[in-house]
Design a protein around this ligand. Structure first.
Ligand SMILES: Nc1ncnc2c1ncn2[C@@H]1O[C@H](COP(=O)(O)OP(=O)(O)OP(=O)(O)O)[C@@H](O)[C@H]1O
Ligand SMILES: [Mg+2]
Length: 271
């Protein structure tokens, strides 16, 4: 089950995992990240764009500082300075991003954290969008676990994203969100992933897609996986899921399609 989509020639693959709350964006992001690393698509940049966090711990990592915390420290240290110095410091993106970026073997990650919107300081989603633009260059691939809903899309965080993965659990409301995402980013930039559904149920959903979504790329499905759920409940990293676990296997298939697509457009993208 796979229909093809497109990515403009020469563009670096920047993939954002979006969708309604609770459909499995973080689990899918973690499994795709694992899949990309297994497929040697390195170095990988992983961005936890959900202020509530999750991706980093699901990967079994700890962020020493989120972008929000780095920003907060900078604002505090600038408190005694004049207003112009404050603004300059708060907007010194290179410094902020480097203070929050964590590097590991084959990948790096950045967590946005929860930011209070403060007067003249750069709003959270603007900061995030600019961080993506600033950081993407040296990486083979960028993967973003987005906040639930449409806010980050409407705030243009996904402006330079080459592929928006719209996750649905098959529910009507999650498909409504997919529909809206398609309208906002353009259906050619979106690909649907169905989560927590077996192949038969996923095919039925695809066959029943509303006309507005009938032309969308459907990348695949990830079945309901009891081991994944148990790992998550116990706070264990999804990166340690057995290789033959159904969710990990299917996510690897999806990662392969995404890489193949990226490489066919931009042969240097992930090599
Ligand atoms: N394929 C799957 N099989 C079994 N459980 C799953 C699967 N995908 C996700 N889950 C479970 O569903 C719950 C929600 O998943 P997840 O946190 O990834 O969703 P989310 O879309 O990131 O949520 P939020 O919008 O709150 O960020 C978690 O308990 C997770 O373990
Ligand atoms: Mg999440």
């Amino acid at each position: 089950m796979s229909r093809t989509g497109n990515q403009a020639k020469g563009q670096k693959p920047i993939i954002a995992v979006c969708g309604k709350g609770g459909v499995g964006k973080t689990a899918l992001s973690a499994l795709l990240a694992r899949g990309f690393l297994d497929l040697a698509a390195k170095p990988l940049l992983l961005i936890d764009a959900d202020p509530a966090g999750g991706l980093i711990s699901v990967m079994g990592q700890k962020a020493k500082s989120s972008l929000a915390q780095a920003r907060e420290r900078m604002i505090e240290s600038a408190r005694s300075g004049d207003p112009a110095a404050k603004t300059r410091l708060a907007q010194d993106l290179d410094y902020l991003v480097m203070a929050a970026l964590e590097e590991r073997e084959g990948y790096a990650f950045l967590a946005i954290g929860r930011m209070e919107e403060k007067g003249c300081f750069c709003p959270a989603n603007t900061l995030l969008r600019e961080a993506i633009d600033l950081l993407a260059e040296p990486f083979a691939l960028v993967l973003i676990d987005a906040e639930a809903g449409l806010e980050q899309i409407s705030r243009q965080v996904t402006r330079n994203v080459t592929k928006v993965l719209a996750v649905s659990d098959g529910s009507a409301r999650s498909l409504d969100t997919v529909n809206l995402i398609g309208e906002m980013v353009g259906i050619e930039r979106m690909a649907i992933v169905l989560n927590r559904l077996d192949e038969k149920a996923a095919c039925a959903i695809v066959d029943g897609l509303p006309p507005a979504l009938a032309r969308s790329q459907v990348l695949g499905f990830v079945p309901e996986d009891k081991t994944l759920l148990d790992f998550d409940r116990q706070g264990r990293t999804l990166w340690d899921l057995p290789q033959d676990s159904p969710a990990r296997k299917n996510a690897l298939k999806i990662a392969k399609v995404l890489l193949k697509e990226a490489n066919s457009v931009n042969p240097d993208a992930t090599n």
